[in-house]
Design a protein around this ligand. Structure first.
Ligand SMILES: [Fe+2]
Length: 197
């Protein structure tokens, strides 16, 4: 039996791809030319909590794990950056003052989301599929669903987890650079013990 047919529907990569497909469809609906300004705003506001909950859960469960692999780290960091830009643009679109401004911002937002999803599906997820066992991906899928539900109920303005994720990577890279520059390992160890990360 192939791996594909033996994995359950809660396997994390399937869950994330299914969510991304749903968002692409809902963003395409938002572009319908016949929508009035207020209708478009209403649909956008309805989409935001689910979208934020999805990206936060992906960061919490999937991207935090991806950062642990050398082969996936840069792509995962790029995904975190794209998430931040997307969220900012969502906020900007919500504050659009007139119909054409909203339509223009939605165009850019849709392109960004489609590109981000494509890159994740082509580059990041295949790498993770090869690094993680089916059992781990299924366990992560359950945590992803739980995090998505929890985040959807949480206020949208909560602090993103991504600052912490990127900071921990910056620290790791900093140690490597310091080591290359000739700083002795015992000094780095001392700094690590004092900083705690
Ligand atoms: Fe994503």
């Amino acid at each position: 039996m192939s791996e594909q047919s033996s994995v359950h529907s809660w396997e994390i990569l399937r869950c994330v791809v299914a969510d991304q497909d749903a968002f692409r469809t809902r963003l395409a609906d938002l572009a319908a030319p016949e929508l009035r300004f207020e209708e478009r705003q209403e649909k956008l506001n309805a989409l935001l909590p689910a979208f934020t909950a999805h990206i936060r859960a992906e960061e919490e469960v999937l991207l935090s794990r991806a950062l642990e692999f050398d082969v996936a780290r840069v792509t995962a960091m790029a995904a975190l950056e794209e998430h931040e830009i997307t969220e900012n643009l969502f906020e900007k679109a919500k504050q659009s003052a007139h119909p054409e401004q909203l339509q223009a911002r939605l165009k850019v937002l849709t392109d960004l989301v489609v590109q981000h999803a494509l890159r994740s599906e082509k580059e990041l997820y295949p790498m993770l599929r090869s690094q993680l066992s089916v059992a781990e991906r299924e366990e992560m899928g359950m945590r992803y669903r739980e995090a998505r539900e929890r985040n959807e109920l949480a206020p949208v303005f909560q602090m993103p987890v991504r600052e912490g994720l990127l900071e921990s990577q910056t620290g790791r890279i900093g140690y490597v650079i310091a080591w290359f520059l000739g700083i002795p390992v015992w000094v780095l160890l001392l700094v690590f013990m004092v900083r705690g990360h």
